[in-house]
Design a binder for this molecule. Structure first.
Ligand code: GAR
Length: 203
């Protein structure tokens, strides 16, 4: 069974979707820990309510990356909890070399746009302001770039004329909540293979 550790900074709705998929036996995995870099992030509260180990790691001295002592602490927790895969779920820091090396090919992320379009922050807002007619979400392996790793799965979402950032993000999140557990199940079942930048899924 796949041991997943989740890293997040916010609401944790994707973490919840992963938990629900496990409970519904759609995902053959267990969550061995939830780590957040924001002390009062709701994702930690969700973890506690579900009886999961919840860890707050202070990201200082950096604001936008996970490095130095904070990275060491995260690695310590991942090892202690026997994490096999690290799932970033609304984690708002860039993962640096130490963690990438230690978990090479085993860190995944969900991004609220169709990469490579609209990487970075508030991607749904970027899509709306750009005037895109279609956006969506992407589950991908994490590499040293920002939202640049090999793509596992994408789901599309139409941008409607009367969308606001909030309505568009909400519809993207509906797709995220199906896409992330699906991609993790492919990994859990050993169906995922990398061919260069392409991720091939064995049926
Ligand atoms: C999700 O929409 C996720 O795609 C996005 O943050 C949200 C977290 O929601 N991630 C990024 O923008 C990362 N660049 P959640 O905490 O409810 O899962």
């Amino acid at each position: 069974m796949l041991n997943i550790a989740i890293l997040g900074s916010g609401q944790g709705s994707n973490a919840q979707a992963i938990l629900d998929a496990i409970a519904a036996q759609k995902l053959d995995a267990r969550i061995v820990g939830v780590i957040a870099d924001v002390a009062d992030a709701f994702i930690l509260e969700r973890a506690r309510r579900n009886g999961l180990p919840a860890f707050y790691v202070d990201g200082a001295p950096f604001k936008t990356k996970l490095d130095g002592a904070a990275e060491q602490r995260v690695l310590e927790i991942l090892r202690q909890q026997h994490a096999g895969v690290v799932a970033l779920a609304g984690f708002m820091r860039i993962v640096k070399a130490g963690l990438l090396r230690a978990y090479a090919g085993r860190i995944v992320n969900i991004h609220p746009a169709l990469l490579p379009a609209f990487p970075g922050l508030r991607a749904w807002e970027q899509a709306l302001h750009y005037g895109a007619k279609v956006t969506g979400c992407t589950v991908h392996f994490v590499d040293e770039g920002t939202d640049t790793g090999p793509i596992i799965l994408q789901r599309t979402v139409p941008v409607l004329d009367d969308d606001t950032p909030a309505t568009l993000h909400a519809r993207i999140q509906e797709q995220e909540h199906e896409a992330y557990p699906q991609a993790l199940q492919w990994i859990a079942a050993g169906q995922v293979r990398l061919a260069g930048r392409r991720v091939l899924i064995r049926g």
